[in-house]
Design a protein around this ligand. Sequence first.
Ligand code: NCD
Length: 304
Amino acid sequence: MKHDLLGLKELSADQIKHILDTAASMKEVVKSPNKKTPHLQGKTVVTLFYENSTRTRLSFELAAKYMSANAANISSSGSSVAKGETLIDTAETINAMGTDILVMRHGMSGAPHLLSPLVSAAVVNAGDGMNEHPTQALLDMLTIKEHKGHIEGLKVAIVGDVYHSRVVRSNIYGLTKLGAEVSVGGPATLMPMGIEELGVKVFDNVQEAIVDADIVMGLRIQLERQKKGLFPSTREYFRFFGIDEQRLRLAKPDALVMHPGPVNRGVELSTSVIDGERSVITDQVTSGVAVRMAVMYLLSRGGF
Ligand code: NCD
């Protein structure tokens, strides 16, 4: 049977823990001077990106290369997608070239779920619309675990554009399965209806969400997904909902500051918070390579 990583909704707590444990050992490779293992020797990994990306795309590619895979990337601009080829035809073409792992990002929620039964390659969701971004949540959890030693019992506040965020959805599934207490906060216009059904506390402001938090995670304002103005201006957003040093004092004194990137400096977080001593944003990036190594390695061996 073929195995994929489409979302954390489908994974059990034990499966998530298994990925995180594997990623912790992969991190040794990322930090070592000789970044080459035989884990994916002879395998082919293709990243297919219909949306912009810096961290996710590069980290999948480097993760594949560190494990000796053949790695190639294709994006919608510059490929036959720009000539009107459909997603399904494009994926079948990539599959027919002997691809073992197909990593994909698409603006439509459910795109990787649609492709999975049509290709023999293992499909990894690198972000589908506003649905899920499982490897981002896994790298967030690995970073938290490394700094705090555990996830169970932690208070995690995720604040910002909750409505458009696939990162928040994957984190809610993953963190609650591992026993964290999650609250979300932000403007009411950027809060999806019914989000409390996922087992989180919901606030229409940032202050209440971050009181006593162990982790404060900012989310980017997804201007590219907003059809109409859902808040007056980015300056006003920062004034009412941005995280600066003063607001951060509401969280625990040793709270970590996280953000999936790219950050809009001075909109979601102040520059002093981004570059401050509590920020682990750069560690998140390193964890990203390790998590993607672990996910692809485990998939090549039959899943989680
Ligand atoms: C996130 C994404 O693409 O969903 N970025 C990322 O993968 N590091 C978050 C974002 O773009 O805001």
